[in-house]
Design a protein around this ligand. Sequence first.
Ligand code: 5CA
Length: 445
Amino acid sequence: MRLTQYFLPVLKETPAEAQIASHRLMLRAGMIRQASAGIYSWLPLGYKVLRRIETIVHEEQQRAGHIPMLMPTIQSADLWRESGRYDDYGEEMLRLRDRHDRELLYGPTNEELITEIFRTGVASYKELPLTLYHIQWKFRDEIRPRFGVMRGREFLMKDGYNFDLTKDDALHAYNRHMVSYIRTYERMGLKAIPMRADSGPIGGDNTHEFLVLAPTGESGVYYDRAVTDLTLGERAIDYGDREAVAAICTDWTTPYARTDETHDPVLFAALPEARRVEGRGIEVGQIFYFGTKYSEPLKALVSTEEGERVPVHMGSHGIGVSRLVGAIIEASHDDRGIVWPEGVAPFRVGLVNLRQGDGATDAACASLYGELRAAGLDPLYDDRDERAGAKFATMDLIGLPWRITVGPRGLAAGKVELTARRSGETEEMSPAEAVARCTEIYRGH
Ligand code: 5CA
């Protein structure tokens, strides 16, 4: 993309209403614009990051064997009466009426609707196990929407639902979700720690939240330092292998790691002092096993091998897709702006022309731009008639991980500069080498 043909409304001033770095930077970098309290438009740059995150979530869910679909944002109140949650959900639920005076709501989550789909589509244990998920906008009329997309009223969530015959099968689904989530967050350059949590209005006693450590997080967290040394990396995972999947979960859940809701000071105090860490975290996902809490009232039954009709065991599993954009920025920024991890960068490479209008420099940039595109590196070419300082400031603010700088002096020696946003390190090399290096960096992302 050429910057002169893009829409990147960066702000010079720091917006007064934004209290945390990610909110400030998302507004300044022209990623989002508030439409009303807790409701945002995603401008082109922000939308690109959101789509990258969604793609990673889709890939990892499907790798775990979970099936994508799409349910609507608007749901009928009737189903929520059947489950008994229509009244329980309280003021957070946005309730609507259509022209026929039928009661509707903007879905805050989808346990009821998916269970309804399941009960009319599945009759026998032979069709299990089944895990369905979608990525869809939710609405929760939060009393205090704040921190931009971190606590919005409208937000994008991946929510998945498993249906299993037995508790053991459902716990395997729970474990599959835990492992696939760890991998999902790692691909986004995040360390998200599963912590034992409280289930709130979703219900059930088996639940973990995934927390990204950040001083601006809304949850207090207490953990054993050992848990931060764990990584899944590139290892192959057979999601059908119950023991292998369970063993990974055991590794991650054995060290003490809890949020303030479930913190146990006595257990925590038993850890060696050097390993005890207290901090704050951003909740970027939560998984639940709740057994037959919804399948019983909603009559989601299957026939067993013996011909008996039994309620299925269920769990639900959420990832805060739009919140992740903010969480990644909280975890990865500096004084000059955002520092995107390679996995989610809106453009892979920024191309800066230091002498716009100079024939040779323009020609070198145009050809480099073409090669970067051909290599699938989705470059952003700053072809504006601006000073070098202003171009660098924009690139730093929007946080592209790699920048190639092209100027007449370097070109005379056949060189351009490749700069890493994170370290600021710069290396001179030929344009072809710069393309080759970036291609190598992004292999696998
Ligand atoms: N039905 C279950 C799992 S599918 C559920 O709704 N879980 S949840 O309430 O924990 O939400 C899942 C994730 O959505 C949270 O971990 C969080 O990352 C994100 N989320 C929840 N509320 C908001 C909000 N107001 N703004 C942005 N993200 C949110």
